[in-house]
Each structure stands twice: as C-alpha cells, then as structure tokens.
Design a protein around this ligand. Structure first.
Ligand code: FE2
Ligand code: FE2
Length: 259
C-alpha cells in the first residue's frame, strides 16, 4: 500500500507529462470526411466543450482547500491538472477544425453538469463529480477510438486515455484524504449517495452519447459494466486506509484500458 503523493510530486508529474503531447501526428490531418460520421462528431463536439472548461469554481474551491490544510502547492497541482484537461479540449478542437466541424459554445449536458457543480462548490463535491466524469470518459474515449477511423483522432484518444489514469489517482487520493476522518456511518452514507449519483450520471451520459458507445462496440449492458468497473476501482482507491508505507509510486499509466 502506498502513501498519497504530495502536491509537489503531482506538480512534477504534470510538468513532465506535458511533453507526451508532442507525439501527436497533426501533420496527417483527420483523414475522414464529416458527412458519414456527423452524428458521432456531434457527440464529440459536446465532449470537447466539457474538456475546455476554465474551471474557475474548481480553482476557487482548490484555493480554499489548500489554505485550510496548509498546502499551497495544491493550488498549482490543480491548475496543472486543469491545464491538462484543457489540452484534451484543445486537441479535440483541433481535430474538429480539421474535419470541418465547429467547436460548440453551449451544450445542454455540459450546462447541466456546470449547474450542479456550481450548486455547492466545495472540494469534495468537485472532486467526486470530476472522478465520476473521468471514469465515464475512459469508456467514452475508448469507444471514440474504435468508432471513428481517423488515425489522428485515435492518437489523441490514446493520449487522453493515458492521462486519465493519473487523473483518477489525483482525484481519488484527494478524496481519500478528505474522507479519512469521516465516521463509519457518515462515510457509508457518503458512498451510498455517490452510488446513486453515479448511476444517474451514467444513465444521462448513455442517453446523450449512446450512438458513440454503440459505434464503439458497446451495448447498454456492456457500457454499464465498463463504467461501474472503473468506478469500483475509484471507490476502492478513495476508501480511507489504516496503514501506509512511506513510498509513493509514480502515477500509473495503464495501457490495458485501450480495449
Ligand atoms: Fe480529459
Ligand atoms: Fe481527466
């Protein structure tokens, strides 16, 4: 069992990871035409918008949290995490430009999530919602990679997927710290509430993006299995632990998700 990484360690990780984005073969172009895949691209447009969020509320919540626990580096670690998400959005946006699809300014699903996150912007709610979105994003980008035969987009999705595992670790480590001193009954209630919320989110995302999941080879049942399997890992990781070793492993980059 390992200890949580310090914010300084996360800063080092995010700084180093930026270099991985230089391998995307932009010179190849999208190599697909828009018309036959327009309905799939519509889904990607909505997702691209979500990835480009400025996340001002999250930054505010992170600052408050950093101040409360005396960890100023956490603000920078969170800023770098958000910058990495924006890099995902920019890469998807560049691919949309290439294929001739516009970048959206508004989307109903995106507005709904933003509204929820604004409703009670403390770090625990934020981190929980982001963890859930990232869990579903893993299944989503794996589907995009299979559904749209553009080698460039596939390279972008693979890099996004490689980034997501450390993102999930970043979030679940934070949740583990936040939940560490919660008593058993409130902790149990927190986890049950998360299950209910996650179930709702999984259903809403299926309704909005099922074409992409189906084109990527999923049925509703396999989608449910995949999303809940990833979330189970996250729930496992956020569970407070009684023993810790003094060793922090580097963030893992599981290639196995590229299924
Ligand atoms: Fe992302
Ligand atoms: Fe992410």
């Amino acid at each position: 069992m390992r200890r949580e990484r310090t914010s300084a360690e996360w800063i080092d990780y995010f700084d180093a990871n930026e270099a991985n984005w230089s391998d995307i073969p932009w010179q190849r172009g999208a190599q697909v035409t828009l018309e036959p895949i327009r309905s799939l691209v519509r889904s990607l447009q909505a997702w691209q918008l979500g990835e480009t969020s400025e996340a001002r509320r999250l930054k505010t919540a992170a600052k408050r949290h950093a101040y409360a626990i005396g960890d100023p580096d956490f603000v920078e670690a969170m800023n770098l995490f958000i910058a990495e998400e924006q890099r995902h959005g920019e890469a998807l946006g560049r691919w949309l430009d290439d294929v001739g699809a516009e970048r959206l300014k508004r989307d109903l699903g995106d507005s709904l999530f933003r509204f929820f996150r604004h409703a009670r912007p403390n770090i625990e709610v934020w981190t929980t919602v982001v963890t859930m979105i990232e869990t579903i994003a893993v299944v989503y980008y794996s589907s995009v990679r299979r559904a749209i035969p553009s080698p460039l987009l596939q390279a972008v999705c693979e890099q996004i997927l490689r980034d997501e595992m450390p993102h999930l670790e970043f979030q679940t480590e934070r949740l583990r710290l936040l939940l560490r001193n919660r008593r058993p009954i409130p902790l149990w209630l927190t986890l049950r509430a998360q299950e209910v919320f996650f179930t709702g989110m999984v259903l809403v995302v299926w309704l909005a993006h099922r074409r992409m999941f189906v084109a990527g080879g999923h049925t509703f049942v396999s989608y449910l299995r995949a999303t809940f399997r990833h979330m189970q890992h996250a729930w496992q990781a956020m569970r407070p632990r009684s023993t810790r070793s003094p060793v922090a492993e580097p963030p893992s980059r599981l290639e196995g998700w590229l299924h």
